[in-house]
Each structure stands twice: as structure tokens, then as C-alpha cells.
Design a protein around this ligand. Structure first.
Ligand code: PEP
Length: 238
């Protein structure tokens, strides 16, 4: 059975007080479920708070980005080794907001992926097509995936828009990614965890997360509301 995961991406939201409330609610409310893991990916300055609050709990934590470099004169960057020191298990790489707003191309995303692995982190590698790519029939080009990690299929047109992929659309692309990986490594393809992300809410999580190749979710907006994130996690149980 593949590992299942629901990870929250807090993006650039939070404060010490709001985080403390959210983390306490998650610790109290997330059910123990065999084969299902939970994580929150917090802004860098809050990783110390998150690691303190979640240490010893069933919730893992991660960062939303990582430098492709291990150390050096890279002002404003944060290395994988630094994240590891704060107990991070995950680092999101290639989120569409990083690609779109900060110009991260596939080469840089691949370098970040490798840097995360070097540091002993599990990259959550995001891939997904824009609406224009989907309309041109180029979804496959938008989701070329690589290596051993958690993958997240996040159609760019569904992120933060309130417009989610249908369960069938998500299943189709997840199965496509798995088939692509199987050409290189059939056993990797069978065991890799592929999350769906893009406007997952309590109301649509059940159907999306029930799809056979959808192994969990990467949750943006709804991960900031404890009861919504808990409801989505409950829907991810098998
Ligand atoms: C995301 O930021 O990865 C995401 C999926 O956002 P949302 O759930 O808000 O669409």
C-alpha cells in the first residue's frame, strides 16, 4: 500500500498567535489513521515554533522552498541543511507560485529537488499545467516528473481559484504521471505518493481523495482553517 499524505501549504500567512491556535487544534483534532501522514509547510521564520509545537506529535512539518545551494553567498536563501536542523521532513519545490512569480524554471526546480535530497529532506515536487496549456492539449508537457519524492499534481488553474479539477481529471493525470514513471522504474511508479492540489475543500475532498491514483492532498487556503484541514484529512483515510 502506498503512503498517503495530506500536507498543508500555509503560503505567506500566519503569526505566532494564529499559528499556536492552529497547531493546537490540529494536534487535538487530527485522527490517527494507518497509512496516512500529515504535514504542515510553514513560512521559514515559524519553523522553530512549529518544530517545538509539533515535536512528538503525529504531524510532520516542512518548508515551502529550499535553496539549490548547500551554503555560500546567497543572500536571502535557506539551505536544506538549515531546514533539517529545524526538524523539517519536507520541502515543497516547484510550486507554481515559485515558478510563476519568481521565475523558477524546470532546471532550477530540479536543482532544488536534488539539494533537498542531499540534505535528507523529502521534496514535495509540484507539477501542473496552466489553463492555456490544458486548452492547447499540453497537460502532459506540464507534468513531466522526476525521481523519488512525493509528487503533487497541481493544475495551475485550480490553485487558489476555487475551481478544482474534477475527480476524473485528477485521476487521469495522476495515472498518466504514474505510467510515465513506470517506463523508467515500475516499482518506483507503484510506490510513489502522488498528491492532488488545487482548491481542495471539505466539500470536494471525499471524491477527489477517493480516486485510486490520488494518494492525498496538498492543501493551500483550507489548511489555515483547522476544522477544514481536519475534515480534509478525515476524508483522506482509506
Ligand atoms: C497550493 O498552494 O498548493 C494550493 C493547492 O492552494 P489552494 O488549496 O488554496 O488552491
Amino acid at each position: 500500500m502506498r503512503a498517503r499524505l495530506v500536507a498543508g501549504n500555509w503560503k505567506m500567512h500566519g503569526s505566532l498567535a494564529a499559528n499556536a491556535r492552529l497547531l493546537e487544534a490540529l494536534k487535538a483534532g487530527l485522527p490517527e489513521a494507518e497509512g496516512l501522514g500529515y504535514a504542515v509547510c510553514a513560512p521559514y521564520p515559524y519553523l522553530a515554533q512549529v518544530s517545538q509545537a509539533l515535536s512528538g506529535s503525529r504531524i510532520a512539518w516542512g518548508a515551502q522552498n529550499v535553496s539549490e545551494h548547500d551554503s555560500g553567498a546567497y543572500t536571502g536563501e535557506v539551505s536544506g541543511a538549515m531546514l533539517k536542523e529545524f526538524g523539517c521532513r519536507f520541502a515543497i519545490v516547484g510550486h507554481s507560485e515559485r515558478r510563476g512569480l519568481y521565475g523558477e524554471d524546470d532546471g532550477r526546480v530540479a536543482a532544488k529537488f536534488l539539494a533537498a535530497r542531499r540534505a535528507g529532506l523529502t521534496p514535495i515536487l509540484c507539477v501542473g499545467e496552466t489553463l492555456e496549456q490544458r486548452d492547447r492539449g499540453e497537460t502532459a508537457a506540464g507534468v513531466a516528473a522526476l525521481g523519488e519524492a512525493v509528487l503533487a499534481y497541481e493544475p495551475v488553474w485550480a490553485i487558489g481559484t476555487g475551481k478544482n479539477a474534477t475527480p476524473q481529471q485528477a485521476q487521469y493525470v495522476h495515472a498518466f504521471i504514474r505510467a510515465r514513471l513506470a517506463k523508467r522504474d515500475p516499482s518506483l511508479a507503484q510506490r510513489v505518493t502522488i498528491l492532488y492540489g488545487g482548491s481542495v475543500k471539505p466539500g470536494n475532498a471525499g471524491e477527489l481523495l477517493a480516486m485510486p491514483d490520488v494518494d492525498g492532498g496538498l492543501i493551500g487556503g483550507a489548511s489555515l482553517v483547522a476544522e477544514d484541514f481536519i475534515a480534509i484529512c478525515a476524508a483522506a483515510r482509506r
